[in-house]
Design a protein around this ligand. Structure first.
Ligand SMILES: Cc1ncc(COP(=O)(O)O)c(C=O)c1O
Length: 346
């Protein structure tokens, strides 16, 4: 049976050209900063983002953890959206390993946070308060329907941050999706932020890896933290090379994932028993609500899985589907057909 795996874009497998590049990648010890392929990836990423330096880390979670710990001292506070991945899905790492407390503010459906709320959440200098040391944004915003966040909004937050002597970190796990959707560059989106991380292993299809881009001073401190957290890798060029391939070959095709997500959302919006707000679908992520009271969400997930269509339940009545390179046009049509047949059955 053909499996249509819409659980995440992390399920994408490396491309043939990534595998070929892996076979001949020049390698060295990256903890000694001697892996030429890692060095080339870090240089390329820093150039693309217009930052001085970059650092390869094993995962998006470690990229955020290292970045927050580089910006913040123990006992301080980071302002985050209440639907931020770093707050919701990273095992409380910033608090557990960094002693950094999240100060969460409401994320609107478009992934933004009210600017006045950000201003109001910055702590005044008072012995009772934790110091605010960072503002964190996410782009595209996973839980907020994959929303791409505009440069104008990021720059408005950067202005507030500057006025208060605070840095900004962007969790850009899917920032290339945001840039493609907005018709701009990641460099422009992150021009006024201090650090940004992106994932190689989501829509870009690499098997593993994330990269943090920032100033030389920040990256030097982050490198030491990466080592302390056990993220120093030796011949990491074996997979870093896939990042080099991805940055050349995989960014433009993200628009195909976005088109597939839209097609999927449009198809599902016709089905009685499910509802999708098409206005929310701007990148590769589709959220749908179960509106059929006679159906149980876990049963829907299981029954659709039995029909070869996989996705996650992410709330009492909500499912998430992520278009990705492993699901081409036919797969999307199959998913729509199976949803339609399942929901029209008793
Ligand atoms: C927005 C966002 N940030 C960070 C991560 C963490 O990435 P990883 O799973 O590589 O740790 C994810 C993963 O889905 C994500 O969606």
């Amino acid at each position: 049976m053909e499996i249509v795996d819409l659980r995440s874009d992390t399920v994408t497998l490396p491309t043939e050209s990534m595998r070929q590049a892996m076979a001949v990648a020049e390698l060295g010890d990256d903890v000694f900063e001697e892996d030429p392929t890692v060095n080339a990836l870090e240089k390329k990423a820093a150039d693309i983002f217009g930052k001085e330096k970059a650092l390869l880390v094993p995962s998006g979670t470690m990229a955020n953890l290292v970045s927050v710990l580089t910006h913040c001292d123990r006992g301080t506070e980071v302002i985050l959206g209440d639907k931020a991945h770093t707050y919701m899905y990273e095992a409380g790492g910033i608090a557990a390993f960094g002693g950094v407390q999240p100060r969460t503010l409401n994320n609107h459906d478009d992934g933004t946070i009210d600017l006045d709320e950000i201003k109001g959440a910055i702590r005044p200098d008072n012995v009772h308060f934790p110091k605010t040391q960072l503002i964190g944004l996410e782009n595209s915003h996973n839980v907020c329907y994959g929303a791409p966040i505009s440069k104008d909004y990021i720059d408005a937050v950067a202005k507030i941050a500057n006025e208060n002597g605070l840095p900004i970190h962007i969790d850009g796990a899917r920032i290339f999706n945001a840039a493609v959707a907005l018709g701009t560059t990641v460099k422009s989106l992150t021009e006024n932020v201090d650090s940004v991380s992106f994932c190689m292993s989501k829509g870009l299809s690499c098997p593993v890896g994330s990269v943090i881009c920032s100033s030389a001073q920040f990256i030097a401190k982050a490198r030491r933290l990466r080592k302390g957290l056990g993220g120093g890798m030796r011949q990491a060029g074996i997979f870093a090379v896939s990042g080099l391939v991805a940055l050349d070959e995989m960014v433009d095709r993200l628009k195909d994932d976005h088109a597939n997500a839209r097609r999927l959302a449009e198809g599902i919006s016709e089905i009685e028993g499910l509802s999708v707000d098409l206005n929310h679908v701007k990148t590769n992520i589709v959220y749908a609500e179960l509106t059929d009271d006679n159906k149980n969400l876990d049963e829907v997930v299981t029954a659709m899985g039995d029909r070869g269509v996989q996705f996650f339940a992410v709330g009492p009545a909500r499912i998430r589907m992520v278009a990705n390179r492993g699901v081409e046009g036919d797969g999307i049509e199959k998913a729509i057909k199976e949803f339609s047949s399942y929901f029209s059955s008793a």
